[in-house]
Write a protein that binds this ligand. Structure first.
Ligand code: HEM
Length: 324
């Protein structure tokens, strides 16, 4: 009986520990701003310089870097699994169809090599992704936030997990809310973080899979877009947030409100009272730009805390595409 009680209490303690470690993962415990101040004081400056150089050659890389961080965090948490090449276990996240159009891997590699020269084996690829997203936004005129660091890198990357965890561009509002809630993000985070998207023309040419146009899309706008953007994506690069050349721009909300948001999921923001109120507020209020900048920074910090590995978990990869 005593043995049984001991087994039960050990089991209970393990359960509690598991729950606590689960909570830590969810709320980003172990992360802080300036994590590398002592161990690699130039890390953030090196990252900024390298990213500035890349963006000065191709401004569209800014959007790509922001998206990389998002696609990393939504699958296994922000632990750079999106950067790993396929290993023996099979296809990696980057081989999954929602990730086919991800770009900017080489910029992350350049930042990593530059930082490794100064302080080898100290700064994680997961943190580089978070810093790159932050710097990409600020360098293209968006808001600035203090990015937390202290993440470590994971060792597993599976294509099926990308398929299962990344929101599809055809999701309705219920699916979007559920997907964000499963990552610990609110409806407000959904409305705020959606203020960025680019590309994909299903709403123009293949809304229900029968070569049709989404009836919710403003018809004049739809025919303007069809001139610029051919079926199958053969046309020129299409900015979803039409009229805005930077990322993180409250202009997006005006477009959504006028039924000119291009993704099905953009339009879906009008189908919930919280997300709709946010769209309306950002597209009408005089201070919309200012509050959006602050909101965006807050939601990005929260997104950057999803499922992080800290302390002795994971590793600091030597090269971002490979486990050590
Ligand atoms: C809410 C659910 C979301 C869906 C369904 C979605 C879907 C998409 C799709 C279909 C594209 C076009 C990809 C292509 O060109 O083939 C895209 C691009 C993009 N998305 Fe999202 N997205 C979502 C949320 C987010 C979030 C939360 C962020 C950032 C915080 C983000 C940032 C971007 C950026 C920056 C691009 C442009 C990337 C580039 O130019 O390379 N998206 N998204």
């Amino acid at each position: 009986m005593a043995v049984q009680t001991r087994v039960v209490s050990i089991f209970f303690i393990q359960l509690v520990l598991l729950a606590v470690s689960g909570l830590n993962r969810a709320n980003g415990a172990g992360l802080r701003t300036g994590y590398y101040d002592e161990s690699c004081p130039d890390a953030e400056t090196i990252a900024l310089k390298t990213i500035r150089k890349a963006i000065s050659k191709d401004v569209t890389l800014a959007a790509a870097l922001l998206r990389l961080h998002f696609h990393d965090c939504f699958v296994r948490g922000c632990e750079a699994s999106v950067l790993l090449d396929a290993a023996e276990e099979g296809d990696a996240e980057k081989d999954a169809s929602p990730n086919f159009s991800l770009r900017g891997y080489d910029v992350i590699d350049d930042v990593k090599s530059a930082i490794e020269k100064s302080c080898p084996g100290v700064v994680s690829c997961a943190d580089i992704l978070a810093l790159a997203a932050r710097d990409a936004v600020r360098l293209t005129g968006g808001s600035f936030w203090k990015a937390e660091t202290g993440r470590r890198d994971g060792r597993i990357s599976l294509s099926k997990e990308a398929d299962e965890n990344l929101p599809s561009s055809n999701f309705n509002i219920a699916q979007l809310k559920q997907n964000f809630a499963s990552k610990g993000l609110t409806k407000k985070d959904l409305a705020v973080l959606s203020g960025n998207n680019n590309s994909n023309n299903d709403r123009l040419y293949n809304f229900t899979g029968r070569s049709d146009t989404d009836p919710a899309l403003d018809p004049t706008f739809a025919s303007e877009l069809k001139k610029k953007c051919k079926p199958g994506g053969g046309g020129p690069f299409l900015e979803l947030d039409q009229g805005s050349s930077t990322i993180s721009d409250a202009h997006f909300y005006k477009a959504v409100r006028q039924n000119r948001g291009l993704l099905t999921t953009d339009a879906a923001l009008l189908n919930d009272h919280v997300t709709r109120a946010y769209v309306n507020r950002q597209s009408t209020s005089a201070a919309a730009g200012a509050t959006f900048g602050r909101d965006f920074g807050e939601s990005m910090v929260k997104m950057g805390e999803i499922g992080v590995l800290t302390g002795n978990e994971g590793e600091i990869r030597k090269r971002c595409a490979f486990v050590n």
